[in-house]
Design a protein around this ligand. Sequence first.
Ligand code: ADP
Ligand code: MG
Length: 297
Amino acid sequence: METILSINNLNKIFGKKIHAVNNVSFEIKKGNVYGILGPNGSGKSTTLGIVLNVVNKTSGDFSWFNGSLETHDALKKVGAIIERPNFYPYMTAQENLELVCKIKNIPFTKVTEKLELVGLLDRKDSKFKTFSLGMKQRLAIASALLNDPEILILDEPTNGLDPQGIRQIRDLIRLIASQGTTILLASHLLDEVEKVCSHVVVLRFGKMLYEGPVDAMASNEGFFELQAKDSNALITILMNHNSVEKCVEEEGKVLVFLKNKLEADELNQFLFENQIVLSQLIKKKHSLEEQFLQLTK
Ligand code: ADP
Ligand code: MG
């Protein structure tokens, strides 16, 4: 599968203290719908800002389209909406999009095509200021798609919308994805990511808790919270266990995510046999999904 974007050990530190993006790595493959899921303040927008060249990274790397293009040229193949849609209020939908075409050197015929796609063709002659928030958002999506980008990036696409508007945007995202456009969206709503995404990256305090297919997250076997003198040795041993999916170090504790069922006593014995003595072992009954719901309540 073709790689659209790869992010490697990306970090962003604001000022001296705020580690907004903490060693984040993931890949975006063509044709999938990715969600970056995390509570407010978890680093989603900062991550999007970095790959879109509007926020400077502190360290790490990202590359578009396998590094075949300079970021500036690569971004011409990216459609992104990371702020509230902003158009000229007294111009119509048609006029606003034609203006975008002029600036980006795109034929006007695209305007009709994209207005139809987002369900606004019958409102093409209405002024932007008469649109509901949901319609404004759909117009922004039409605008971002005018040049047929390889990937569409959306930051919290349904924020502030009423239930009907939310439904329309989610249906639209699925429609766009079904036509082959890769999508990356940031959301604090698990529900949204489950409904529209095929893959998810879960962030919390800037760190990745999970990365993989959405289905696998939903069927997660729960996780352990462990503590030992030497976290690195602990993680090395854990990664040799075939029930362990992933380990994340957080505030001196090691979170162990499972891919198969594993009981606390089994894990404890395994570690002891490998010369690791735990000072803490907690089996979290919650699946990652339930855990996430609690985090974002
Ligand atoms: P999310 O999009 O997941 O809600 P953000 O990426 O916006 O999270 O923010 C991540 C962290 O970085 C938060 O603690 C936020 O306060 C901080 N942050 C974001 N932008 C700035 C900035 N320009 N200056 C300082 N801190 C920032
Ligand atoms: Mg955000």
